[in-house]
Design a protein around this ligand. Sequence first.
Ligand SMILES: [Mg+2]
Length: 381
Amino acid sequence: MNSPHRIISHFDLDSFFVSVEVLNDPSLKGKPVIVGGSERGVVAACSYEARKFGIHSAMPSAKAKQLCPHAIFIKGHYADYSKYSRWVTQIIASKAPLFEKASIDEFYLDLTGMDKFFKPLQWTIDLRKLIIEETKLPISFGLASNKMMAKMATNQAKPNGFLQIPFGKEKDFLAPLPVADIPGVGEQTNLILRAMGIEKIRQIEEAGPEIMENKFGKWGIDLWHKSQGIHLREVTPYHEAKSISSENTFEENKTDNSFLKKELVRLTEKICFELRQDGKVAGCVAVKIRYPDFETTSRQTTISYTNADDAIIPVVKDLFQKLYKKDRAVRLLGVKLSELTNDAVQTNLFDDIERKLDLYKAIDEVKNRFGKSFVKRASSG
Ligand SMILES: [Mg+2]
């Protein structure tokens, strides 16, 4: 019989930001280190030594300081994180036929069909070894029959380890684990389940689909499937990942330089806003110009992964400056962001699905009330 299951491995760099900081400054090794703080007011990443004090990502920095006054706080070097993220991506891309970059430190590889040629577990062990040898970064992986199971295997294997869940053993693996171990189950879901007397994943399955749906709607059915290790989401190939772009064809051709710059700012703000709403960051920016004779040129550059207007606008202006043929009239301007991946920090912050949906709803409400232009800023032109 043909088994319909897939072979998925999930790679996750261990406390990625902190690991990069330790590479840059080995004296940090073995110490409670916390990245983040001033910018977002929360812990973006922390070392395993810091976790022993009860510190975790997304915790307010002030609270982290209370729990561990001697912790070392670092603002973070996001350009370095991007550099290492790209390095690991390149190594994986050189070996894996099909992979998804789920965030800057997380990857899913679809190895289905590979077992005809070699053993997926050994292949994955070798790939992990290669990543560690080349980059010196600690990384863990899980190997299982779908994305969710692979991610949960990784979480069990951390730090610096690996775990395979053989096909058919999903339920055995899941049954004794706490419900909060299911990706997407955050505080809010956990509380409701607890009130229902459900603490272990096994009990979700036992509750049955009707009870789960009554309590949570569609998410309840989803959870009931997840409790049995059923998860059908496919690995999205990295290079087919969507880009976000915005362009404007002018009614009249434009030559006014300050108008063109303002327009660039407006287009960039619009797509950065979308990017943040999707919880994504971009690693590549492109600018497109079309002249009245339909000659069209574009130019792109890689950037540190970000979704901040302030970081992207200067890059867009610079690209435009290099591309634009002076004093020519412009018919169309466009800005595009690609190399999209999930924002790791935001993913940590909004691990709870309902909270995330609530947040997006709140953003949308604001947007509808004030129009998209509420994010507009005064442009220096
Ligand atoms: Mg990680």
